[in-house]
Write a protein that binds this ligand. Structure first.
Ligand SMILES: Cc1cc2nc3c(=O)[nH]c(=O)nc-3n(C[C@H](O)[C@H](O)[C@H](O)COP(=O)(O)OP(=O)(O)OC[C@H]3O[C@@H](n4cnc5c(N)ncnc54)[C@H](O)[C@@H]3O)c2cc1C
Length: 297
């Protein structure tokens, strides 16, 4: 508690007793005692310089669209980057803070007539989360457009620029996946192509329609399980007759079997129970072990 008090004097905006539903787009999860919302790289660094000298546990969160917060909340602090969101366009290069929402960046690019980021216009997370996950859609991904990311090494207290190759981006993975959380993506730069405003916007409209036609509207875990090789989890889940299967407020979407949706006050444990049952049934029926795409906190 004393450490929490010290942290609140650092000069970074914070909120106490924040519900998981406020932090995660899955709209579930228990209370987090203290959440910081830095707005600049200077604030991020100031906070971590103090934080790393305390025993307080921390987690970094962007848009919270790939993170399931447990029903018991989290007994440390969360540093949520959603208000850290300046972006600048210079010629064909877009450089942006990590908290910028990917759809917002896609629309900013479109306004400049820049093409290449349209795929991200419907991915609900932040740029930091997008780099972390090498987010992608419709055959394109962050790896296809990123130039570099500036990363704050919390332990060494220094900012390092990683070029695209050094980010080790592969299908929904990066050098940050499964790491110890000591590397915080501060900003990223993307190189786009000159295009025509109308055709860039038209491509985004097409992607938006595809999503609206195929994906559920309710809050959901997104594509809950990882695709691998030839395995498309949604196809197996559908074949197993699991569309509409629910526990508590969490349910396999009737529209798209790859999504587990919140049909009303789902607890994180409901989501987890549906995921586990789906995994078990698919494993028993088809001998395929599904791996969750989402992260648990
Ligand atoms: C309805 C829906 C649709 C989706 N569609 C797609 C899709 O089409 N394609 C796709 O790829 N994904 C999709 N997703 C998944 C999700 O949006 C992406 O994985 C996104 O990149 C996650 O970003 P985020 O900021 O929300 O990450 P968070 O959930 O906030 O964090 C995810 C991980 O990244 C880490 N992280 C976040 N920011 C930083 C940072 N700045 N520095 C270091 N680590 C950081 C967190 O610690 C955590 O480990 C979808 C999700 C939903 C709910």
């Amino acid at each position: 508690m004393k450490d929490f008090c010290i942290l609140t004097t650092v000069g970074v905006k914070f909120k106490t007793r924040v519900s998981g539903a406020e932090l995660s787009s899955f709209k579930s999860g228990g209370t987090v005692p203290l959440v910081f919302f830095p707005e600049t790289a200077g604030q991020v660094i100031r906070l971590f310089k103090v934080l790393k000298n305390t025993p307080v546990k921390y987690r970094i969160l962007g848009g919270g669209t790939n993170t399931l917060i447990g029903d018991k909340g989290f007994d440390g602090i969360i540093v949520c980057l959603k208000d850290f969101k300046n972006c600048a366009v210079k010629g064909k290069i877009m450089e942006t803070d990590a908290g910028t929402a990917m759809p917002r960046l896609a629309y900013a690019a479109a306004q400049e007539g820049l093409s290449g980021f349209e795929f991200a216009s419907g991915i609900p997370g932040s740029v930091g989360g997008g780099v972390y996950m090498n987010a992608g859609a419709y055959g394109e991904d962050i790896a296809g457009v990123i130039l570099y990311a500036d990363v704050y090494d919390i332990r060494k207290d220094e900012i390092i620029r990683f070029k695209k190759e050094e980010l080790k981006l592969s299908y929904r993975r990066s050098r940050f996946s499964g790491g110890d959380g000591n590397e915080l993506i501060l900003r990223a730069a993307f190189e786009l192509k000159e295009g025509d405003i109308d055709s860039v916007k038209e491509k985004m409209r097409r992607f938006k329609k595809k999503r609206a036609d195929n994906q559920p509207k309710e809050p959901s875990l997104g594509s809950t399980f990882r695709r691998f090789e030839e395995v498309i989890p949604a196809v197996l889940i559908d074949k197993a007759g699991l569309k509409g299967y629910n526990i508590g407020g969490a349910c396999v979407s009737a529209k798209h079997a790859g999504f587990i949706v919140n049909i009303g006050n789902a607890k994180s444990s409901d989501y987890a129970a549906v995921m586990n049952r789906v995994k078990e049934i698919v494993s028993n029926k088809y001998g395929v072990e599904l791996t969750p795409e989402i992260e648990l906190l």
